[in-house]
Design a binder for this molecule. Structure first.
Ligand code: PLP
Length: 376
């Protein structure tokens, strides 16, 4: 069976995890977490990056840092993972769901602008597939309206738009290192803080609401409960695996992008025949190779395509059920405009396998099996 994704080791993972075990410090924040944070701060660059247990934890920290209160509205695309919304709903916010652009599957300025109102406190952009073409427009819109721009950069490690790293456009950003992402710590994430005024409080909130970071730096002689917060620090075992992966991120992204382009080039000429649509080559080149999606002509074709690939021992999958149609989405959010694009794509979308365990022969097998189907 060709897996859909795989958290494959690609560098010094075994060595670093063994070193973490031998170092007799498994709790955070230890040397491997600090190594990951310094790597991110230099690479993005950003004034501060805090390693967390997940991107979800990072988004929850964003909601706390922005003092989201009941009655505040937060605009997010409906076509995203549920925690983009739940992180803010947890603080009592009303989620206002936005539609997406049909060619990028991202919410842009055009979709977001009409939804902003007097109660809007923040806007969360999602770099779907590690594509960031909408980031400058969303950042400008938020700046003009005086609301916070947060990037859900879960899928965007190593990605940039016109030379600027995704994760540096927002006041805050959150990255995922879940084992389905380009590089992983198993379960891990990072909060990126681009506004230096939020750094000190972020360190407290991440560490159970205590000033332990100040204590370790010798600024206070005991640490105490200072603020809200929770247990958002990852284990050193996860951080050790992650550091080895981060060191190889450019090689990983280049390989993943090459596979996505190989799928594109082989399948694009056939798509019209079965009325399937593919993202453009430029879109895949600008993104970080996080995923390759295509849209079948209708939900029935989506189902048949996935079943066809399964019969050839290939795992292909659909993606998000739109949050505005999910039970919790209806409870914690609302729709204020047309959701035609989201409603029209989610049950036609299929993602093909993309990971570092794929051999060239595997890629050919996926292409041949997809071709068989798309040729009708
Ligand atoms: C993966 C993902 C998340 C959640 O990441 P975790 O690290 O598992 O919490 C959130 N948003 C998006 C868009 C994602 O792709």
């Amino acid at each position: 069976m060709i897996r859909f994704s795989s958290p494959a080791p690609i560098g010094r993972e075994h060595e670093y995890v063994a070193k973490a075990i031998d170092g007799r410090k498994l709790a955070g924040v230890g040397p491997f977490a600090v190594g990951c944070e310094q790597w991110l701060e230099k690479r993005l660059p950003a004034p501060r990056a805090l390693l967390t247990g997940s991107c979800t934890s990072g988004l929850e920290l964003c909601a706390l840092l922005l003092d989201i209160q009941p009655g505040d509205e937060v605009v997010i695309p409906s076509f995203t993972f549920c925690t983009t919304a739940s992180a803010f709903a947890l603080r009592g916010a009303t989620i206002v769901f936005a539609d997406i652009d049909p060619s990028t599957l991202c919410m842009g300025e055009k979709q977001a602008a009409p939804l902003l109102g007097p109660r809007t406190k923040a806007l969360v952009g999602v770099h779907y597939a590690g594509y960031g073409g909408d980031a400058p427009g969303l950042a400008r819109l938020c700046e003009e309206r005086g609301i916070a721009f947060v990037e859900d950069a879960a899928q965007a490690i190593g990605a940039a738009w016109q030379g600027r790293s995704l994760g540096t456009f927002g006041r805050l950003a959150s990255i995922s290192f879940h084992d389905t992402k380009n590089v992983t710590g198993g379960e891990a994430g990072a909060l990126v803080i681009n506004d230096p005024a939020l750094v000190e409080r972020a360190e407290i909130l991440r560490d159970k609401g205590t000033d332990r970071a100040r204590f370790f730096r010798g600024f206070v002689d005991k640490y105490t409960w200072q603020d809200l917060g929770s247990s958002y620090v990852p284990s050193e075992l996860c951080a050790a695996y992650l550091l080895a992966q981060l060191e190889e991120v450019d090689r990983v992204n280049a390989r993943r992008r090459a596979i996505a382009l190989a799928y594109h080039d082989a399948l694009a000429p056939l798509a019209a025949k079965t009325r399937a649509t593919l993202p453009s080559r430029a879109y895949l080149e600008a993104a970080n190779g996080h995923l390759f999606w295509l849209l079948l002509k209708d939900p029935e074709a989506q189902h048949r395509f996935i079943e066809h690939l399964k019969s050839r021992d290939i795992a292909a999958v659909h993606h998000y059920v739109p949050l505005h149609s999910a039970p919790a989405g209806q409870r914690f959010g609302k729709v204020r405009g047309s959701m035609a694009v989201t409603d029209g794509i989610w049950n036609r979308l299929v993602r093909l396998p993309l990971h570092m365990d794929l051999t060239d022969a595997d890629v050919s097998r996926v292409i041949d099996a997809s071709r068989e189907f798309l040729e009708g």
